[in-house]
Design a protein around this ligand. Structure first.
Ligand code: KG4
Ligand code: ZN
Length: 429
């Protein structure tokens, strides 16, 4: 079956089309199309994501992204000759709904708060024969509510017009199941790849901009959170420390690039780093629970920077100092994540370890988790998403949607309008 995935929980407008088979027993997937429109440039000058700006950008980008995804997946068929012209709904002759008025009015109501999205929707969708998809999966939370609503409302409007069921998806579940996507670079669309399987019980470490959670998965779609951050998420700490170091947003990739310069010089990683006059803390590394805390680490970087005169930071020595701080900060985060994960591996003895979410794109983290597992837990299979799927995307939402569909959780088109809603603080369970 083919699932259309929609993701707008933060600052990426993403739509994917994924073909799934094998049910819950042996799920396997083929990515037919993945399109992501990043809003990084729009938010960069604010140093972080601004919810209403994110909403506005999604509103502008969703239809173009949808059009591109359907085109890539070769699912645009039966276009009327009006394609490319500014077609008004009442001018369309070959349309399953526009001329009837009922669906048209319902769509207008659903997208009333997103006038720009409504306008583009009405220009594009009526020119299209309903594509051969089986369901629409959409992120309903957690995330920024104004941003989530744009994707949800698009899903509701499409479901109504195309008469397809909608599957509400938890963004964090999307990150976890992102490891099931085919391996390899996504540059060539239509990627198939060998299927990966999760053996249960599994332990998942979700490390993203909004979350740091350790989760036990006893079976498909069954989760128990055993630990989480008490303040900042790991990715959030990367972003905040990057700001302190005058690095661009998002901070994770920027810090990781600087840290690479340090390790490329053959210098060792570890607390305090070589010849460092400081030592950054590893908060809660020895606490008896599985929780995390990263805000103290960020504050330690701030105090450290306050001790270094601005003239030094801006001078010739500044870059090498920042490189050292970036490397030590990154190592501190990896040390804590690895220590808590190892503790959970000892206690729960899972068969699979999944590490997913934006921070799992970090190469040093990937290497160190791989090395530690090979050395100390060779019986545990480590699954990481292909790096381009570590960060937000809609492929993972389509994957989760497929699994949920098999659990019978799709909403029928007639029910969806009333039941779907954005849940900014949705919990994984
Ligand atoms: O999963 P994600 O794309 O969005 C959320 O659900 O939050 O994660 C984004 C986070 C950002 O904080 C970003 O700085 C971080 O992931 N990130 C990284 C790297 N790439 C992205 N952190 C460390 N190293 C990276 N290479
Ligand atoms: Zn995410």
């Amino acid at each position: 079956m083919i699932i259309l995935g929609i993701e707008t929980s933060c600052d990426d407008t993403a739509i994917s089309l994924v073909k799934g088979s094998g049910g819950l027993r042996r799920p396997r997937f083929q990515i037919l199309a993945q399109v992501i429109s990043s809003q990084t440039a729009a938010h960069a000058s604010w140093g972080g994501v601004v919810p209403n700006l994110a909403k506005r950008e999604h509103t502008k980008n969703l239809v173009p992204v949808l059009r591109e995804a359907l085109g890539k997946a070769k699912l645009i068929k039966g276009l009327t000759l009006h394609l490319g012209l500014k077609v008004k709904p009442w001018q369309i002759k070959v349309t399953p709904w526009g001329s009837k008025g009922i669906a048209f009015n319902a769509v207008k109501k659903i997208l009333a708060r997103e006038p720009e999205l409504l306008e583009q929707f009405l220009e594009f969708i009526p020119t299209l024969a309903p594509p051969k998809i089986d369901a629409i999966a959409v992120t309903v939370g957690p995330g920024l509510e104004p941003a989530l609503w744009t994707g949800i409302n698009l899903a509701r409007a499409l479901a109504l017009v195309w008469k397809k069921p909608v599957i509400p998806v938890n963004h964090l579940e999307g990150h976890i199941v992102s490891v099931l996507a085919p391996r390899g670079r996504l540059l060539g669309q239509g990627l198939k790849g060998r299927p990966w399987s999760i053996k249960f019980p599994a332990l998942a470490l979700i490390v993203s901009g909004g979350h740091t959670e350790l989760v036990i998965m006893s079976d498909w779609l069954k989760y128990k959170i055993i630990g989480q951050t008490r303040d900042d998420a790991a990715g959030e700490a990367f972003d905040k420390v990057a700001r302190l170091l005058d690095l661009p947003y998002p901070g994770g990739p920027a810090i990781s690039e600087l840290a690479k310069i340090y390790t490329n010089q053959g210098l060792p990683l570890g607390q305090g780093l070589k010849d460092s006059p400081w030592s950054l803390p590893r908060p809660m590394i020895n606490s008896p629970d599985f929780d995390f805390s990263f805000s103290g680490l960020k504050t330690a970087v701030r105090y450290l920077l306050q001790k270094i005169p601005r003239t030094v930071l801006d001078g010739s020595q500044g870059l090498s100092l920042k490189i050292k701080i970036a490397a030590d900060f990154q190592q501190a985060v990896v040390d804590v994540l690895l220590a808590k994960t190892a503790k959970a591996l000892e206690k729960y003895r899972p068969k699979t370890l999944i590490v997913a979410g934006g921070v799992s794109a970090n190469q040093s983290l990937r290497q160190q988790f791989g090395a530690r597992l090979a050395a100390d837990y060779p019986e545990v299979k480590l699954l990481l998403p292909t790096p381009s799927l570590s960060i937000d995307n809609a492929t993972m939402i389509a994957l989760a949607g497929y699994l949920r569909f098999y659990r019978g959780e799709a909403l029928l088109p007639s029910l969806k309008a009333a039941l779907l809603k954005a849940e900014g603080r949705l919990v994984l369970k």
